[in-house]
Design a protein around this ligand. Structure first.
Ligand code: PLP
Length: 391
């Protein structure tokens, strides 16, 4: 089953697209662990030739992933950063690229320390106000890259309005949709040209795979990405592709539960006197709550707010002591999995962002980022309560 336009629901398609039984009758896609494929003739044009260029297991995954974002094409990469690098590789010296200022620290490092000598003019701007984005456009602007909600401050950018500007000015729009997952937001439907995920996060959901994905509808773009990926070689392994295919089958179930847990925890944190600030797009106190309600929709059209919460504890709380009291909530980088994880962006994910820049952005040493899992809500809340009270 591969038709993205059929009438089945997202959760059904997650299980079935790319997961057809093969000629052996196997109900699960096999892992093709082979680097190369036998060719019948010297000049034959077989579907699979060499696994960097194409693997049957990876192709099945890509079919499945494309469906998640209503895309015609999907490309699975060895990491989210490899997928980001492929996007930027499409551009040449003197091209201008606008990026949300509050992006994942690794993207900031990629642009400022790895690609900075390539002659591309990267500019970080505040994309929370579309007027600001429009003002930053120059004659040579070729790409706008949004991360919404952003990591870790959960700032939103209006995808639809930005896409309208991009269309008028012939600029590409890419969106990092990692934080919402394809269940919670589908940027291609809102006019974006490329959607990127660190599939290490919600798509994998089990903290056991590092991978990335790009999805798109435009054939010309897909040919550019195919060339870059086949040549540069940042492919996902067949084994990881198989794990991801398995993970997507439970994406809806996991994410629905994570979102419900997160809403409850955000409300609980907001009412705790030792918590100074709670940032969660589902709270009416979030300055972009209205945009979140319109833009972040489940496949059934219900407003959803994600399972990422950032919060600041009172200065009287010793963060290390707090972390030491946690047991089921693990102090670790990454997010989106069924296991709850907590991190301190200042010293962990955003360590490579200069101190002044972090403080300007609002990434303070006291800010914690909580990726809410699928544990029982009472266990999560009682653990947070214990760690705050016994400090
Ligand atoms: C929003 C976002 N984009 C991109 C990445 C990079 O993905 P990966 O770690 O899979 O390379 C991350 C990683 O944390 C992320 O949070």
């Amino acid at each position: 089953m591969s038709n993205k336009k059929n009438n089945l629901h997202f959760s059904t398609k997650s299980i079935h697209v790319g997961n057809d039984t093969d000629e052996t009758g196997s109900v699960v896609v096999p892992i093709h662990l082979t680097s190369t494929f036998r060719q019948p003739l010297f000049a034959s044009t077989e579907k699979f030739v060499y696994s960097r260029v194409g693997s049957p297991t990876v192709k099945k995954l890509e079919e499945n992933l494309a469906m998640l974002e209503n895309a015609d094409y999907a490309y699975a990469f060895s990491s989210g950063m490899a997928a980001m690098t492929a996007i930027f590789t499409m551009f040449k010296p003197n091209d201008h690229i606008i990026i949300s200022k509050n992006v994942y620290g690794g993207v900031f490092r990629l642009v400022t320390q790895v690609l900075n000598n390539n002659g591309i003019d990267f500019e970080f701007i505040d994309t929370t106000d579309v007027k600001n984005t429009e003002k930053a456009i120059k004659k040579n602007t070729k790409l706008i890259h949004l991360e919404t909600p952003s990591n870790p401050l959960l700032e939103l950018a209006d995808i639809k309005s930005t896409a309208q500007i991009c269309k008028k000015q012939n600029i590409l729009l890419s969106v990092d949709n990692t934080f919402m997952s394809p269940y919670g937001q589908r940027p291609l439907d809102l006019g974006a040209h490329i959607v990127m995920h660190s599939s290490t996060k919600f798509i994998s959901g089990h903290c056991d795979v590092v991978s990335g994905v790009l999805m798109m509808n435009n054939k010309e773009l897909s040919e550019k990405i195919t060339l870059i990926q086949n040549t540069a070689g940042a492919i996902v392994s067949p084994f990881d592709a198989w794990l991801l295919l398995r993970s997507v089958k439970t994406l809806s179930l996991r994410v629905e539960k994570q979102f419900i847990n997160a809403e409850k925890i955000a409300n609980w944190l907001q009412n705790n006197s030792k918590v100074k600030k709670v940032i969660y797009p589902g709270l009416s106190s979030h300055s972009q709550f209205k945009l979140a309600s319109q833009q972040q929709l489940s496949p059934e059209g219900k407003s959803v707010y994600g399972s990422m919460i950032s919060f600041e504890l009172d200065e009287s709380i010793d963060l290390d002591k707090f972390a030491n009291k946690l047991n089921i909530i693990t102090l670790a980088e990454s997010l989106g999995g069924l296991k709850s994880l907590i991190s301190c962006p200042y010293s962990m994910t955003h360590a490579s962002v200069p101190k002044d820049e972090k403080m300007k952005l609002g990434i303070t040493p006291n800010l914690l980022r909580f990726s809410v899992g699928i544990e029982h809500i009472d266990d999560l809340i009682s653990e947070l309560d214990f760690a705050i009270e016994h400090n």
